[in-house]
Design a protein around this ligand. Structure first.
Ligand SMILES: [Zn+2]
Length: 332
């Protein structure tokens, strides 16, 4: 059993601190990483490694088992064979060929295989800095999803935090972020259009401080400048769809506690419905969505949909079940 490198202990502590405050990232959202060296048990030589939160789980409770461990030289060598965005899915499969040992903690046995590398592995490996945080904070997302997000980011941060246009998470997004970091040595991180934030640092403490700086600065900026329009691009797309499909009624799922009472999630939905009503003349109804996600998951399991794909499809399936339950009720 090899000793756990100090850099991994720092990474787990930082991840747990960041993930335990919901203002920093939504549940199960975001991932963190650290680069360092450990002895390669095959050669006895030091190997440059990347420890990065893998697929699944939450930052607030991240443990060693939730980390994927990859050879940095191999991960970065992928830039040489990357053919372009059409190969995004193949790139995720290629991460398995970059794993160090079984992918878990150095020296771990087969019982501790570690987590599978996630689609965000590229951004962590390709950015030069030793420590990287990728988070989904409400304040950062408000800027990221605003119709004029790029201008707001410039106004809020100057050149300390740069803007990266929206792109589906994957290898190309990793290359985009790495290029911005390289071309902007003064920058501490980026706002990812329509998505979240990424920050980096030379030490774990510096990275954490920078993540918190971006989150806090964005929050203060939004407080001082009124609410950014977080639904700008979404509303435009929704209006397009409503026209295209000649929609007559919108059903919005209303989250309720199991005893039927309303919690903080319901308050967010009510806020969202209020924004919709200001912008759309089509009638909007809310409908109890208790159990629809659980039902959707069961449905997808029965349909033999793979765990990885289920996460993506469960929202769609839940929406279909919600609509069906509304129609079945005869409330229409
Ligand atoms: Zn993300």
């Amino acid at each position: 059993m090899t000793e756990r490198p100090a850099v991994v202990t720092e990474l787990l502590a930082r991840s747990n601190r960041l993930g335990s405050d919901p203002r920093n990232t939504n549940y199960a959202g975001g991932n963190t990483s650290a680069k360092g060296t450990a002895t390669d048990p095959v050669t006895g030589e030091p190997a440059d490694l990347l420890w990065v939160k893998g697929s699944g789980g939450d930052l607030g409770t991240l443990t060693e088992d939730g980390l994927a461990v990859l050879r940095l030289d191999r991960l970065r060598a992928l830039t040489g064979v990357y053919p372009g965005v059409e190969a995004e899915d193949e790139m995720v499969a290629a991460f398995d060929y970059c794993l160090h040992g079984l992918g878990g903690v150095v020296g771990s046995g087969p019982a501790e295989r570690g987590a599978a590398p996630s689609i965000d592995t590229a951004m962590h490996g390709l950015v030069d800095a030793p420590h990287v945080d990728h988070l989904h904070p409400d304040s950062g997302i408000a800027l990221a999803a605003a119709a004029d997000g790029e201008a707001l980011t410039q106004d809020c941060f100057g050149d300390r935090v740069r803007w990266v246009p929206w792109r589906r998470p994957g290898f190309q997004l990793g290359l985009d972020i790495a290029a911005v970091a390289r071309d902007n040595p003064q920058a501490i991180g980026v706002i990812l259009g329509g998505h979240g934030i990424t920050a980096w640092g030379a030490t774990s403490d510096e990275c954490e401080a920078r993540s918190l700086e971006i989150i806090t600065t964005a929050r203060r900026y939004l407080e001082d400048h009124g609410k950014a329009e977080p639904f700008g691009p979404f509303l435009a797309r929704l209006k397009e769809l409503l026209r295209e499909k000649e929609v007559e009624l919108i059903i919005v799922g209303m989250p309720r506690n199991m005893d039927g009472s309303y919690g903080p999630a319901a308050a967010k939905v009510q806020e969202f419905v209020a924004v919709l009503k200001e912008n759309i003349i089509i009638p909007i109804r809310t409908w109890d969505e208790r159990l629809t996600s659980a039902q959707a998951n069961r449905f997808l399991i029965e349909a033999n949909v793979r765990r990885q794909d289920r996460k993506e499809k469960v929202d769609k399936a839940a929406a279909a079940i919600l609509l069906q339950s509304f129609l079945d009720s005869g409330a229409v």
